[in-house]
Design a protein around this ligand. Structure first.
Ligand SMILES: *Cc1c(COP(=O)(O)O)cnc(C)c1O
Length: 430
């Protein structure tokens, strides 16, 4: 039935019963135009839509599918776990096992709390930071996405100390006013805020290698300066590694760059495609959470045995050899896309973190939100639709990272690069 229904018909039905036809806004293709494709199945690097067309997938469910779709080990782990019940509401061994794998890879993490999404991980990390320090304010950086909890849906106000302005209706002025938004990579802006009100800041939260304004590298010394400024002021440093955790062989950007945050938020890859988030850190801080401490947090399905099994199976496959393969695939794709654009006369730059890429239509990679927004994002819809017509599924938004999986072989990557060359020539000819 589903297989023969067309995406257009499904979307019409969806719009009558789901808000905007989707359950997460970017899936509605508002920034590229057109009707979202409904997917029916996926295997390895390939997605199949309701018309039966197949696509090389560069979204990877926004990051989790690093092994490729329907990896046999993950599918087996999920079905075995489900056959023993999909939820106990009581402790189970899989929670301990996944926590041990993560603490083994992240020296900054002694204790973990599993939740159901990255949003929850961040929300809880902030509550814990406030409860631990007894302070209210939080510093975040423009263009970093930390999920949709109230205090994180705040964009920049003018001037470092201006109270945040909510990005969405429904967020109270007081929730927004405790969030200070600064430009990423500006050590100077952070220093100024700490000079003026360091004693009221509970935490600085950042994606250490932001992946939600494209993929923007931290400048040398920036993360180190955050570590020092927070430490000196008695504030916590929170790294949101929901995208970057397990994206690089070292485990996360913190291990790659040898910086020890107080708290880390994880998600995406650690759930192997099932809904999982986690926060972790130093035991002295983490033990402030209930039941050992007074900061409350709970979850009916947290540490769910099926989700834990998917995460364990995924992380076990991420060996050093696997990371080498991923790096190779992503660097050849990055180089190929850049070459294809440049030879059509389109300025392009590519940034890469392990198997994640940022593609910008600009002569050099951005360093913050303002420079990311000054790239030629107006070219992106034509790139997206041109690639889609040729069987390559990229994210329906210019500000998303490109994700490569272990199943993206040279054949897959080369086909995409050839298609990109054609698409870029078409864009340049217009
Ligand atoms: C995806 C993402 C989140 C939110 O995770 P959800 O599971 O979608 O709630 C938080 N932080 C970062 C860096 C993310 O990329």
């Amino acid at each position: 039935m589903e297989d023969i229904a067309k995406s257009g018909e499904l979307y019409e039905r969806a719009c009558l019963c789901l808000v905007g036809g989707v359950n997460s806004p970017v899936r509605a293709w508002k920034s590229v135009g057109g009707t979202p494709l409904f997917m029916t199945c996926a295997s390895g690097a390939m997605l199949r839509d309701a018309e039966g067309r197949t696509y090389r997938d560069y979204v990877g469910s926004w990051g989790p599918m690093i092994l490729g779709h329907a990896n046999p080990d993950v599918v087996r782990a999920i079905s075995e776990a489900a056959s023993r019940s999909s939820s106990f509401g009581a402790p189970c061994e899989a929670e301990v096992e996944l926590a041990e794998i993560i603490t083994g890879r992240f020296p900054s993490i002694d204790r973990i709390r599993f939740v159901n999404s990255g949003t929850e991980a961040v929300m809880t990390a902030l509550r814990l930071a406030r409860g631990y320090t007894g302070r209210d304010r939080v510093v975040k950086f423009a263009g970093c996405y930390h999920g949709h909890s109230d205090s994180m849906l705040v964009s920049a106000g003018s001037g470092a100390l201006t109270s945040g302005i909510p990005t969405s209706p429904g967020i109270t002025a007081s929730a927004a006013s405790d969030t200070i938004v600064l430009p990423f990579n500006s050590e100077e802006a952070v220093r100024r805020v700490f000079e003026e009100c360091g004693e009221s800041i509970a935490a600085v939260i950042t994606e250490p290698w932001p992946g939600n304004m494209g993929l923007v590298p931290p400048m040398p010394g920036f993360l180190e300066s955050l570590r020092k400024l927070t430490k000196d002021a008695g504030a916590l440093l929170i790294f949101d590694e929901v995208i970057t955790g397990f994206r690089v062989p070292e485990g996360g950007v913190q291990n790659m760059m040898n910086i020890r945050p107080d708290l880390t938020c994880l998600g995406k890859i650690i759930g192997g495609g099932l809904p999982v988030g986690a926060l972790g850190g130093d035991a002295r801080i983490m033990d402030h959470l209930a039941p050992t401490g007074p900061v409350y947090q709970a979850g009916t399905l947290a540490g769910n045995p099926v989700a834990m099994a998917a995460g364990i199976a995924t992380l076990r496959r991420l060996t050093q050899t696997a990371y080498q393969k991923l790096d190779y695939a992503a660097s050849s794709l990055g180089a190929g896309l850049k070459r294809a654009a440049m030879s059509a006369g389109i300025d392009a730059s590519v940034s890469r973190l392990g198997s994640a890429l940022g593609l910008f239509f600009a002569s050099r990679p951005p360093t913050d939100l303002a420079s990311a927004q000054s790239a030629r994002t107006d070219l992106y819809p034509a790139f997206f639709h041109g690639m889609l017509e040729r069987g390559d599924y990229f994210a329906p938004s210019a500000y998303e990272a490109i994700f490569v999986s272990l199943e993206h072989t040279s054949d897959v990557i080369n086909a995409t690069i050839e298609n990109a060359a054609e698409v870029f020539r078409g864009i340049a000819a217009q």
